[in-house]
Design a protein around this ligand. Sequence first.
Ligand code: PEP
Length: 248
Amino acid sequence: VLIAGNWKMFKTPSETAEFCAALRDREAELEDTDVVVCPPYTSLHHAVSVLAGTSIAVFGQSVHWASEGPYTGEVSATMLGELGVTGAIVAHSERRQLFAETDETAALRVEGALDGGLSVIACVGETESEREAGETDAVLRRQVEALRVVVDEDHLDRLALAYEPVWAIGTGRTALPDDAGLIAGLIREQLRETLNTEMGEQVRILYGGSVNPGNIKDFMAKTNIDGALVGGASLDPDQFAAIVRYRI
Ligand code: PEP
């Protein structure tokens, strides 16, 4: 199970250090779950320092595909890696909607990050209007296919896909666990079809969209959901730890 907290543009370096110290103190309670925090770039160093020696990993919120170059505002896998950051979110819907991320740039980022030694949480999901137009399956198929073609078989254990219906992010509205489970099943099927069966099983599929301590169990009960990407509820160490400890 993988539970990742996406902090978006929240928490300064000192707030990050405070949060990470609180989470570190609770490490023994975090079960055998892979726990990841994704602070803003300016807070990554503080998160890595405070969490050093724990099993809690620190990821960036995006990453460029080149190792260096004239790309103002971007950072590379090499730069993140030297900092002690071990992975990155790619193509979050806010990047797709507000910062012109496309399936093509998402694929390049996934490839660059995996080749650069990072783990990746790549986000897919339909918007409300796509959902209403009955296009959910087609949109997901297109988004997953774009990512799949760049993934080297040797890197599959470092790749997770997050199914995040855009209308459920930061809205307090969640997908019905049954629907999320069904869509995770479709994504799994697509991975199995295009990779070989065994490899399709290796990629972890997360659900994201208004996950909280009260609803996490319902999502985790679904066969093809292997974890969660959590936004708002990951900003508070008590709530985030409660989500990680959903089994109790
Ligand atoms: C997210 O940002 O990935 C997310 C799922 O946000 P929230 O949990 O706040 O809906």
